[in-house]
Design a protein. Structure first.
Length: 360
């Protein structure tokens, strides 16, 4: 048999193997270069946009934003531990810098909600945040640490950092307190960083399906710095030592500063007063009486006022003293719905409102 015929037969036998290998390579690397299918983003000119705005304190700078688009058409295909085929929505990542708006302290980016293209990409989530612009102000070899991060999810998928901690309707406004946290680590390579410590984890995660405006305002308190030093020897009972702005030292096994302690030191209020979850134990609930006169349906000519705490919650069984327009003095306790006892309309509007300590 002529050698040319033998070569063509061998090539024909090898072709299916080469085709299969090519298909495997296409599956593995489709998100980078694509195989026949065009995986590029191509937002239409009339795409609805989502605007992300950061109000930036002078000490901080914005981090590069990680933007993720997903597609239910262009699947990401992988093999499981047993070789089974696993499909999930494909994804594309884009990185954006927030741009300063004129001479203001607002930094902004607009993102097409519709990513377009043959894959019909849609905006899935964004990850962004702030960090210290000049970490060396805290020491010669200090580098920027974590904290001050935000993840916003616009669909029903998880983000690369997991699911959402909070769900919101409509546009999203985030305003949070942060404190400088200078940390030294001795185990492994030595490092000293300054990050931001706030309520919750390094990244606050929100699901905002209808949001078209996302606003983030980190409020930094530069005069309340917390320092920490990790253990120098890995040994049971060796914990990170935290030194707070008042000079107190704590080593209780926690991995991050006590945010509510910092809030208490700055405001001068008991920590229970600063959290809605602990507010029932607050010794100073700062009540206020709402000015609206509420007529009593059961008693014509009488009405009530509502007394609430600083969070706007009704204060049941709470002491009050009222002086009415007619000089009438009422010293009672609110009902279990936070309402005053029924009062004649002649007391409205009130002259004085007090919340004395009750003495039975």
């Amino acid at each position: 048999m002529p050698s040319s015929i033998i070569e063509s037969v061998d090539a024909a036998k090898r072709r299916p193997i080469l085709q299969r290998r090519l298909m495997v390579l296409c599956v593995m690397f489709f998100s980078v270069s694509g195989c026949r299918q065009d995986y590029s983003l191509a937002p239409p000119a009339n795409s609805e946009t989502i605007t992300v705005t950061v109000k930036l304190p002078k000490e901080l700078k914005t981090e590069t934003m990680w933007v993720m688009y997903r597609s239910p058409i262009c699947k990401s295909i992988r093999r499981g531990p047993s070789g089974q085929r696993m499909e999930r929505d494909g994804h594309q990542s884009v990185y954006k810098e927030l741009e300063r708006q004129g001479e203001s302290d607002l930094y902004q980016v607009e993102l097409p909600k519709d990513g377009g293209g043959a894959c019909r990409w849609h905006l899935a989530n964004v990850t962004f945040g702030v960090e210290y612009a000049d970490p060396t102000r805290f020491g010669e070899n200090v580098t920027a640490g974590g904290g001050g991060g935000v993840v916003v999810i616009f669909d029903y998928n998880d983000s690369p950092r997991g699911g959402a901690d909070f769900k919101v309707d409509g546009d999203l406004t985030i305003k949070k307190d942060y404190y400088p946290w200078v940390d030294e680590e001795f185990l492994g390579p030595y490092k000293k960083t300054v990050g931001l410590t706030g309520e919750g984890s390094i990244y606050l995660s929100y699901r905002a399906l209808q949001a078209r405006q996302v606003y983030f305002e980190p409020v930094i308190h530069p005069d309340f710095v917390v320092y920490s030093a990790g253990p120098k020897e890995k040994k049971e009972g060796n914990y990170t030592v935290f030194t707070y702005p008042d000079g107190s030292v704590v080593a209780d096994g926690q991995s991050k500063p006590d945010f509510w302690k910092l809030q208490s030191l700055r405001t001068g209020r008991a920590r229970e007063c600063l959290s809605v979850w602990q507010y029932e134990r607050c010794p100073d609930r700062r009540p206020r009486l709402l000015p609206e006169w509420i007529p009593s349906p059961e008693k014509p000519g009488f009405g009530q006022y509502l007394i609430v705490d600083e969070w706007g919650n009704a204060l049941p069984i709470y002491d009050y003293r009222l002086v009415g327009a007619d000089g009438r003095i009422s010293r009672e306790r609110t009902t279990n719905k936070g309402l005053t006892q029924p009062l004649p309309s002649s007391v409205h509007p009130l002259r004085e409102v007090e919340f004395p300590v009750w003495k039975p």
